[in-house]
Design a protein around this ligand. Sequence first.
Ligand SMILES: [Zn+2]
Ligand SMILES: [Zn+2]
Ligand SMILES: [Zn+2]
Length: 566
Amino acid sequence: MNSETKICQNCKKDFTIEPDDFSFYEKMKVPVPTWCPDCRMVRRLIWRNERNLFRRKDALTGEDSFSGFPAEANLQTYENSYWYGDKWNSLDYGMDYDFSKPFFKQFYDLLSRVPLMAKSSASFMINSDYCNEAGRLRNAYLCFDSDFVENSAYLVKATNMNDSFDSHEVIEGELCYEDVMVYKSYRTFYSLDCESCVDVWFSKGLRGCTNCFGCVNLRGKSYYFFNEQLPKEEYEKRLSELNLGSYESISKIRIKVLEFWQKFPVKYYHGIRNISFTGDRISDCKNVRDSFSIQEGENMRYIEISVLKAANSYDCVQLFMGVENAYECTTVGEGAYNLRYCFNSWGGSRDLEYCGYCIGVVDCFGCVGLKKKQYCVFNKQYTKEEYFDLVEKIKKHMNDMPYVDHIGRSYVYGEFFPSEFSPLAYNESLAQDYVPINREQAKEKGFVWREPNAREFQTTIKGVDLPDLINDVPESITKEIIACETCKRAYRIVPIELQFYKRIGLPLPHKCHNCRFLDRYEFINKPKLYHRSCMKEGCENEFETSYSPDSSEIVYCEKCYQQEVY
Ligand SMILES: [Zn+2]
Ligand SMILES: [Zn+2]
Ligand SMILES: [Zn+2]
């Protein structure tokens, strides 16, 4: 089969469907997409919120609780422990399929009535209430999109992390702080793109290094200080002179380090051990294309975020813990198999289409909030024969009577859910992190936008007035409400955090956790690829890179980059 060029139903730009893509669609028995890959990605991202916690009324108790859904969202929520329990039955909300209305409108009605879990998390959470899009956390605070995390706070995209704070995209680490893309490391601080490091500070692009400070692109080195080898005693002397427990010293070092890093070339993508791939932040992958933040993936395309193994999937946001044959899904995992057009479903769910919040569910279509069920449509139980017969009729009906939105986009069988049916506004969802836009642009593109509710807390101290030295910080600091130096919003220092700063000897942050996140997020390239050439003089290699042509980095091909590491 040849490539085919189509016009995106949404942005009206051309996009190409390649022979491999056709084979995937055939194997999954789905129609070819009518939206381009970028528009499809945004449409899925609008269904996922990681970092925003809202206050909303619990549908059972009527009391205020924290949720990943805003109070304005047209839906019901139960506290997670009650939701996962057997005191309520989501089949009570079942309804007959109505062949006089479009499928998507009926699904939206069901979604607004069946209670959802207040926070999108797996059931194994201990003392980790203020976390969202997470599973298997213990004593975690404000951790998002994370699994297997203990005694940690302010982590985003963390897997298997202990006693770590304020980091982004970190895997298998302990006692880490202010890291971005740091893997299998211990006591690694303020570092970027490092693997298998111990006692490393302010470093970038290091592999297998110990006791390094302010270094770039080193392999298996110890006692290096700004890429200069020092005797052990001299290295330790320099570190003690830096006064790392002072906020002022750390701030000055940060500026100096960023300038130093800029002098060295970067590899055109982040990641290692890949065979045949395009994208960024990709490791241990084979035949993975146009994908971002992927660990251990095989035969996939157009995926954003996948951890702990996934294969044979296209067009998904967030796959976790063993997923196969998924297409057009958001947040599916734990052995999910053959899921199409689903969101927030896990626990061994298989063979689902157009389902949300289904746990351990098999052979269901258009269902919401089911646990361990089979052969249901719109939360109504059928026999096996009735089920397959009805599903075929519904798919035909979806094509005969499509849902048409207010700007004329048509949704037949094969489209993911319309963004206007998401409980989240554009700026409350992951779309705003990945493809940031402003209020006017959102309006122009027909997206919902909601100004955040100003939750005013009386602050008791300003960030700038915090003690400079960690040794001068009293235990009572955990009682203060601090005003962020940048956005002026309130934040706290929680007890496990204070213990950590004292243990390592790190100063208190002057910014709130959100501003700290945004600072780290500057290091993450947006999910877009540019065709560029290697910047090493004389090299003619070309590649797909997420470093945009106007980024300040010196971008090298793999071969030239390897000549720069030592
Ligand atoms: Zn498009
Ligand atoms: Zn702030
Ligand atoms: Zn080159």
